[in-house]
Design a protein around this ligand. Structure first.
Ligand code: SF4
Ligand code: SF4
Length: 342
């Protein structure tokens, strides 16, 4: 383990940014909220627990061009608009968002591999930051995530007047090597003490022990047919906010945009909460908000774990708890459905 005096944090950021593009969670005064921003001299890390939008944007951006078709007379030229992505570091990712990459990998890196996502994953180094004050909306522990020991390529803890760092992968070793001149070797006593305190806080969080027993493939039909969906979905506005702030939601649409000399094919995030999400030439299989609402939660709590060795499609980041305009969320859904399976 290595440590750095916290007053040297800007020097660390400067050093990293000289080698690779660095992104840190910072307050955006224009938006009045925290988000990941490209580091520039003077930019400071936010004191907010987490960013409003997750770090998934780095690997699965909200919009991206996939292919350009250029018309030249009767010929069509097909152009791959990708340029080689440069290496980059995302610093300060929380434990919940770090786990979301495991979930996204299962989707985008499964055969057939999504090479757009894959390329970004290969170029990105994830440096996580342990939480010290999880909030009441946090329930990452329900999914076996330890907020005091996040995953990632390297992980950090801020304790007292020091930043402690530890590498977990080859990329993480490279990260630590790149700032070796600023850091010194140290023991892990301060980190262990902090972890103990954080874990105690996490234990007492209201939803930290959310019981998900029974949300598995065996109960799929029982849960699908539950009478609870009607009242749970009744007030849902279909606004899609919950899916857009969610670090694990991965639905997208692909569309063509006509330009002067051809067509650009792009993809953009979509939401299963939207009425035209499943609209096809033959009609729409999900005509009601009940069906759309049920799909989102069945996917996260039942279908995804049934197909991915028990891994849920949620990391308990709490963003949907904080942002849904009608105060509906996955915790309320899981609690309401619990009676069906126990
Ligand atoms: S559950 Fe809430 S955030 Fe999600 S679509 Fe419905 S109203 Fe919007
Ligand atoms: S469903 Fe809600 S709590 Fe779970 S990962 Fe998505 S935004 Fe976070």
């Amino acid at each position: 383990m290595r440590k750095l005096p916290i007053d040297q944090l800007s020097a660390l950021f400067q050093t990293l940014d000289e080698k690779e593009a660095l992104y840190i969670p910072a307050d955006d005064p224009a938006a009045g909220q925290a988000r990941f921003m490209r580091y520039r001299e003077g930019l400071e890390m936010t004191h907010a627990l987490n960013t409003v939008r997750s770090a998934k944007d780095f690997f699965f951006p909200q919009t991206e061009n996939l292919v350009d078709f250029k018309l030249k007379g009767k010929e069509i030229e097909i152009i791959d608009p990708r340029t080689e992505h440069e290496d980059f570091v995302i610093f300060g990712v929380r434990a919940c968002d770090a786990r979301s990459f495991t979930i996204l990998d299962k989707v985008f890196l499964a055969d057939p591999v999504d090479t757009y996502y894959q390329s970004r994953r290969e170029h990105g180094t994830i440096v996580t930051l342990a939480c010290t004050q999880p909030e009441e909306t946090c329930f990452c522990t329900a999914f076996g995530i330890d907020p005091a020991a996040p995953e990632g390529d390297a992980r950090c803890w801020i304790e007292g007047d020091s930043l402690y760092m530890e590498a977990l992968t080859e990329k993480g070793e490279k990260f630590l090597d790149s700032v070796k001149g600023l850091t010194s070797e140290c023991g892990d006593e301060a980190v262990r003490a902090q972890q103990e305190k954080t874990r105690k806080i996490a234990e007492d969080l209201p939803f930290g022990k959310l019981n998900l027993e029974g949300f598995n493939g065996e109960n799929m039909l029982k849960l699908f047919d539950s009478k609870e969906w009607a009242s749970l979905s009744q007030a849902c506005l279909g606004c899609g906010t919950c899916t857009f702030v969610c670090p694990t939601c991965q639905c997208y649409d692909i569309r063509d945009f006509k330009t002067n000399d051809g067509v650009v094919r792009f993809r953009c995030w979509d939401s299963c909460m939207y009425s035209d999400f499943t609209k096809m030439a033959s009609g729409n299989p999900r005509l009601t908000q009940l069906e759309r609402f049920r799909q989102r939660f069945m996917h996260k709590l039942v279908y995804f774990p049934a197909n991915n060795e028990g891994e849920y499609g949620c990391v308990g980041c709490g963003r949907c708890l904080a942002k849904c305009p009608i105060s509906m969320n996955i915790v309320k859904v899981a609690k309401a459905l619990a009676e069906e399976v126990r």
